[in-house]
Design a protein around this ligand. Structure first.
Ligand code: TXA
Ligand code: MG
Length: 320
């Protein structure tokens, strides 16, 4: 089993040797390796059981390093980087050849981001290479937002888990790029659409529910619990499943259902706060997945603030 601790020097030494270390970020935990070491990158795909057509995000210590790895950055995307880095934003930019093709699954663009977590920022300052890191979950399962989530599923596949507590944002980064002068959101995430549009005007949101050639890894069924999950209006769903109350688990935005077992329901934010709901989402899905219930009913949130991104994750979790 991987050791869990807060030792940045040890993490740096292991990564320098080509080993894998799980790292905390503000979004979710990442399964990190030296992005410039093809063998380390190969180990990441293997540990996650991840298909090689699903490219990895490269994590940098700061915007200053970006030109070592990308050919150029359009003004619009630079404005986003300056506003939101360090933070939950990934930019797709034309890669330099120093980034192995394996990292980008052969695509010409590389996803880069500057994460915002003190331990990982110190770690990135300590090593002299960027870190390739997908979310530290087995391919297809719910992303990890704590060190114990990582240990639970991948503990035997890596050397060390750098424990940075639970993730502040709780949703993966928003992935943004440009094609023919148009800013495109490829994956909804921790920075909301309206925050991005405030800076660069109208953006195009790619359909999030299918894989597409630009982002081959954004598969429909993802972030999924093992139990079946049904998404919709909770009043209607409760009506529909009224004869199965004993076997239900419920994930709601703001309210408890007194007629259901307390242990089988989780409220994401009693005050209806979208940031709090995002922070609790993945951990709540894991907890309900571990109950004795046979099905999870989940509530769609209003499509404002992070509601859009939360609904995207819920839809993928419910997709078959
Ligand atoms: O918040 C995050 O982004 C977290 C933390 C660890 O940084 N990382 C993360 O990585 O969510 P991952 O691998 O679970 O999801 C990255 C997504 C994949 O679906 C992949 O298809 C897309 O980003 N992606 C990465 N590089 C890409 C590229 N060059 N072109 C298109 N899509 C890319
Ligand atoms: Mg992932």
């Amino acid at each position: 089993m991987a050791e869990i601790g807060k030792d940045i020097k040890k993490s740096a030494a292991l990564l320098t040797e080509g080993q894998l270390v799980a790292i905390p970020t503000e979004t979710v935990y990442g399964l990190a390796g030296n992005a410039l070491d093809e063998n380390a990158v190969l180990q990441i795909f293997k540990a996650k059981n991840r298909p090689k057509f699903d490219p990895l995000i490269v994590h940098l210590p700061g915007i200053e390093q970006i030109h070592n790895y990308v050919e150029f950055i359009p003004d619009e995307l630079k404005a986003l980087a300056e506003a939101f880095w360090p933070g939950p934003l990934t930019l797709l930019l034309p890669k330099k050849s120093i980034i192995p093709d394996l990292v980008t699954s052969g695509l010409g663009k590389v996803g880069v981001r500057v994460p915002n977590h003190p331990l990982t920022r110190s770690l990135l300052d300590l090593v002299d290479f960027p870190l390739a890191a997908p979310s530290a979950n087995p391919f297809g399962y719910i992303s990890p937002t704590s060190a114990s989530h990582v240990a639970h599923h991948l503990g035997d596949k890596l050397s060390y888990i750098l424990d940075g507590g639970s993730c502040d944002v709780g949703l993966e980064s928003t992935i943004v790029g440009m094609e023919q002068g148009q800013v495109i959101i490829y994956r909804l995430g921790g920075i909301s659409v309206s925050e991005i549009e405030k800076l660069v005007g109208n953006v195009l949101i790619l359909p999030q529910s299918s894989s597409n050639p630009q982002s081959p890894g954004m598969l429909k069924s993802h972030y999924a619990p093992r139990k079946p999950m049904v998404l919709g209006n909770l009043d209607e769903l409760m009506q529909q499943y009224q004869n199965e109350k004993e076997t239900l688990a419920v994930l709601s935005f703001k309210r408890f259902f007194p007629e259901l077992k307390a242990a089988n329901q989780i409220v994401l934010s009693e005050s209806g706060d979208f940031d709090e709901a995002a922070r609790n989402l993945f951990s709540a899905m894991r907890s309900l997945d571990d109950t004795a219930a046979s099905i999870i009913l989940a509530e769609e949130l209003p499509e404002i603030h992070l509601g859009k991104a939360i609904n995207d994750r819920l839809r993928r979790a419910a997709a078959k």
